[in-house]
Design a protein around this ligand. Structure first.
Ligand code: 6PG
Ligand code: NI
Length: 201
């Protein structure tokens, strides 16, 4: 039987971190998101100023055998590159059937889903106390549209794994951009072809 200390973790909300059974910490800065923001000039300009912290993910270190669950605490900073809000890289689970449940602890934004087979997108509200379900076979990306950190807990089967972009599929088909102070979901191609050049950056 497990030691009780292996089965209990604590949320440190001030630090947006896990205490107790804390596992690995992933830190992603702007340079780790190279090629993902549509406005390349704005990205390069921002990076030349500072390689800012975009998000951290602290994994819990719970048991990880077949049938186990795992969870991770994400903290996504507020910010924009051009008109696009800060986001996570986004991924499919390696075990494609694996779903995920998110609990939003603070901040506001969206969860962008993209079905692997149909390419269809869904934009789900991601707000404090929200419980958000990400079905299997859906690429998912968290987006912070607020002005404070977006903090959330994601729970998946321990063997879900992460599959990031490949040469075939380099990015999500939709972007979330600020238009007249509001977040708007639009086709990446439309944003790329019309919107970005018009804005002159
Ligand atoms: C997961 C969760 C979540 C995710 C973070 C960072 O499957 O572990 O979806 O913890 O990893 O939000 O996003 P990226 O893994 O896409 O960088
Ligand atoms: Ni996931």
């Amino acid at each position: 039987m497990y030691d009780p200390s292996q089965l209990v973790s604590y949320l440190d909300m001030a630090a947006a971190d896990l205490l107790g059974t804390a596992g690995s910490l992933t830190v992603r800065r702007l340079s780790d998101l190279n090629g993902l923001f549509e406005d390349i000039d704005a990205y390069n300009k921002a990076l030349s100023r500072e390689n800012s912290l975009v998000y951290t993910v602290r994994e819990a270190a719970f048991p990880s055998d077949e049938g186990d669950l795992t969870c991770a605490l994400g903290k996504l900073m507020p910010g924009q590159i051009g008109d696009e809000y800060y986001f996570t890289k986004g991924h499919l689970h390696q075990w494609r059937e694996a779903a995920e449940i998110y609990l939003v602890l603070s901040g506001e934004g969206f969860m962008l889903l993209e079905d692997e087979k149909s390419g269809e997108s869904r934009l789900l509200p991601f707000q404090r106390n929200g419980l958000v379900y990400v079905p299997g076979h859906a690429a998912h990306r968290t987006i912070n549209t607020g002005d404070s950190p977006l903090v959330y807990l994601g729970i998946t089967p321990a063997r879900a794994g992460h599959d990031y972009f490949t040469d075939d599929h380099k990015n999500f088909l939709k972007v979330v951009v600020e238009v007249s102070d509001k977040p708007v979901l639009m086709d990446r191609e439309d944003y790329h072809r019309f919107y970005s050049p018009l804005k002159g950056h």
